[in-house]
Design a protein around this ligand. Sequence first.
Ligand code: ATP
Ligand code: MG
Length: 234
Amino acid sequence: MSDIVLELQNVTRIFGEGDTQVKALDDVSFSIKRGEFVLIVGSSGSGKSTLLNMIGLLDKPTSGKVILDGKQTTTLNDGQVSQYRNEKLGFVFQFANLLPDLTVLENVMLPQQIQRSSEDIRQNATDLLIKVGLEDQINKRSNKISGGQAQRAAIARGLVNRPTIVLADEPTGNLDSVTAGKVVKLAKTMAKELNQTFIIVTHDRDQFPDVDRVITIIDGKAFDGKETIMEITS
Ligand SMILES: Nc1ncnc2c1ncn2[C@@H]1O[C@H](COP(=O)(O)OP(=O)(O)OP(=O)(O)O)[C@@H](O)[C@H]1O
Ligand SMILES: [Mg+2]
């Protein structure tokens, strides 16, 4: 198993045509290793979501390559892309997006691959819910839990297929700072315990102290490394 789980090679994404053309990503290249906890930061409109959509196989570059767990993905067809996405990626969004009529456990069981036995699926989801500290909320309906609890359940759901990478877009954007701090701490503990790669987009760099990597996006260009960022932003 290679240590590199993700490689972007000269990724450019252009929206629109002619005068209204926007180069949302401009020749972005970097690679990410298994177990790394990576932040993507940058001001509004800099290209963060566009980048996350590339990594999440939700959109394709205008030019360049996205190599996820050893496979070049930009030449795959739509069906192959969705299958590979389900296999390799877990998603956590700004709002937990739990289905309100299902229990917490049922929500976490949802993404799991159908070829597994149902007892396996239930056990795996239960184990993760215990890990994220929700053992006493497992059978509650998900519209009866707090925002922080819902976001912890969303992290459990993002991890349940043991994805190669968990992608999160502003996962703490909807939480007060104390709850956000707890969610961040949890994500980091999970990253360490499971050697799980996380890539997190955030406006709020301060919410995430001590991460492994920071990639700053400025006008569609990526700058890698914590020191570089200090120089650019200070
Ligand atoms: N579908 C689209 N069509 C045209 N332009 C787009 C599209 N999506 C994004 N853009 C443009 O690409 C640039 C980058 O947008 P992106 O959404 O990636 O920014 P962002 O860093 O996520 O911003 P925010 O922090 O506000 O979410 C912006 O100029 C945006 O207007
Ligand atoms: Mg965005």
